[in-house]
Ligand binder design. Structure first.
Ligand SMILES: *[C@@H]1O[C@H](CO)[C@@H](O)[C@H](O)[C@H]1NC(C)=O
Ligand SMILES: *[C@@H]1O[C@H](CO)[C@@H](O)[C@H](O)[C@H]1NC(C)=O
Ligand SMILES: *[C@@H]1O[C@H](CO)[C@@H](O)[C@H](O)[C@H]1NC(C)=O
Ligand SMILES: *[C@@H]1O[C@H](CO)[C@@H](O)[C@H](O)[C@H]1NC(C)=O
Ligand SMILES: *[C@@H]1O[C@H](CO)[C@@H](O)[C@H](O)[C@H]1NC(C)=O
Ligand SMILES: *[C@@H]1O[C@H](CO)[C@@H](O)[C@H](O)[C@H]1NC(C)=O
Ligand SMILES: *[C@@H]1O[C@H](CO)[C@@H](O)[C@H](O)[C@H]1NC(C)=O
Length: 375
């Protein structure tokens, strides 16, 4: 529900339609449920709160806007400005969606944003803030539910102040820039309402234990930590002679709310932990380009085996899995629509049960190594 990003043109168009409808049927009910309208059919509702308009103008003054993306930011009703969305009930600015789209904003992020006391949604993604750090004050925009800074080119450290955003449901810090890093993510554990977390491309190479903070999030559904230079923690390597060894720390089996897990492009070595069986909500397990090793049969055995089986995507290309696929269908795979085990060290034939997977639309068991792989 937090993923929807309706293009502004569509929204304005919808609003115009609604106004027409209201003109025709004075008692008609609005149909824009779930969205916040920039228009106020009822004139009694203030159109734009003066203090919030000044906050927006001060914010714009710090930006550099070579493509003139904010040319609509003039006139009294700030609720009609591009990217600004007001509550149709209170008139307060609740959403600021300034994601770049080929053309980008740059410059400085003014703390005047703090003047938007009702802001719940902030999207600054895909802009060009390549000379400034993520401002610490963003952690003080208390009402934020949604924060997207992906691809925004901010430099340097992720400010731990983000841990003050206790209402946050969605946090996207994916591929901000080559230089963004974090050496301590314990602040994450305070985001107890978080459902979606993307830290892909962040340099997390100095973290010894990366999972515990994430593991504290009781409602986390999506975790993407690809290309983060993640390593095995020392104790998981220590255990690697036992049965409990694993690239993913054992605690991953405690993330029972998780739906989507993407750990691709890290330096994780070993077998997945056996307690992953508990993850009954898991729909997608993606881990390209790690060094997951051990027998494929054992790995399949450790996948969630629940009723019903939710797993739809198992993508483990470019790892170090060995052995052959079992000759009979293992239940956890029954509802797969994507199976990618390419570029491992698998041997043997493609089993007949693959043909019985009714939902399967993508299958890749190929291998780049000549003379190996399936026949
Ligand atoms: C205001 O928005 C809510 C949803 O956020 C919607 O249910 C309601 O009908 C809208 N009211 C008006 C007058 O547009
Ligand atoms: C951003 O801040 C720096 C340092 O305060 C200043 O030199 C620069 O001109 C500012 N950029 C804009 C677009 O205002
Ligand atoms: C926000 O977080 C920082 C560091 O994590 C902390 O020092 C500060 O007191 C917090 N501020 C508020 C207003 O909670
Ligand atoms: C990641 O961060 C570490 C320490 O902060 C640094 O030594 C290393 O060069 C960084 N790696 C990359 C690829 O930026
Ligand atoms: C996982 O949960 C169990 C039981 O709730 C707990 O004893 C254990 O410490 C947890 N492990 C981790 C790594 O969080
Ligand atoms: C993982 O495997 C690659 C080669 O496939 C190797 O270069 C890399 O060093 C391995 N990483 C670890 C942590 O073993
Ligand atoms: C692949 O696994 C084998 C044996 O399990 C091991 O010797 C080898 O180092 C592994 N390769 C990588 C790249 O991890």
């Amino acid at each position: 529900m937090f993923m929807a990003k309706s293009p502004m043109d569509t929204l304005h168009f919808a609003c115009i339609q609604i106004v027409i409808a209201l003109l025709l049927f004075t008692h008609a009910k609005s149909t824009i449920e779930g969205s916040t309208s920039a228009l106020h059919p009822n004139d009694a509702i203030p159109s734009c709160v003066a203090g919030e308009k000044s906050a927006l103008l001060a914010f714009r003054a710090g930006l550099s806007d070579p493509a003139n993306l904010l040319s609509s930011w003039k006139g009294d009703d700030c609720c009609r400005w591009k990217g600004v969305y007001c509550s149709n009930r209170t008139g307060h600015v609740v959403r600021l969606d300034l994601h770049g789209n080929g053309q980008a904003l740059a410059g400085n992020i003014s703390s005047s944003l703090l003047g938007l006391h009702h802001l719940r949604y902030l999207d600054l993604s895909h802009n060009r803030f390549d000379k400034v750090h993520i401002p610490e004050f963003i952690g003080s925009i208390n009402n934020l539910r949604y924060l997207d800074l992906s691809g925004s080119l901010f430099i340097g450290r992720i400010p731990p102040q983000l841990g003050n955003l206790s209402n946050l449901r969605y946090l996207n810090l994916g591929y901000i820039s080559d230089t963004t890093y974090s050496t301590d993510i314990t602040w994450l554990s305070r985001l107890t309402s978080l459902e979606h977390l993307d830290m892909s491309g962040l340099n997390l190479s100095t973290l010894v234990h990366w999972l515990p903070s994430v593991n504290m999030l009781p409602t986390l559904k999506v975790l993407r930590v690809t290309n983060c230079l993640l390593k095995n923690s020392p104790d998981s390597l220590l255990l690697s002679s036992n049965d409990f060894y694993g690239p993913f720390p054992d605690g991953i089996g405690n993330m029972t709310s998780i739906v989507e897990l993407d750990l691709s492009d890290n330096n994780l070595v070993g077998m997945i932990p056996s307690n992953m069986k508990n993850l009954c909500k898991l729909e997608s397990l993606v881990s390209f380009r790690n060094n997951i090793s051990g027998s494929i049969a054992e790995l399949l055995h450790r996948l969630p085996n629940c009723s019903p089986n939710k797993l739809q995507d198992l993508s483990l290309s470019d790892n170090n899995l060995t052995g052959s696929l079992p000759t009979t269908l293992v239940e956890p795979l029954r509802n797969l629509n994507q199976l990618d085990l390419s570029d491992n060290k698998l041997t043997g034939h493609v089993p007949v049960w693959i043909g019985e997977l009714k939902q399967l639309t993508n299958l890749d068991l190929s291998s780049k190594q000549p003379g190996r792989g399936h026949t």
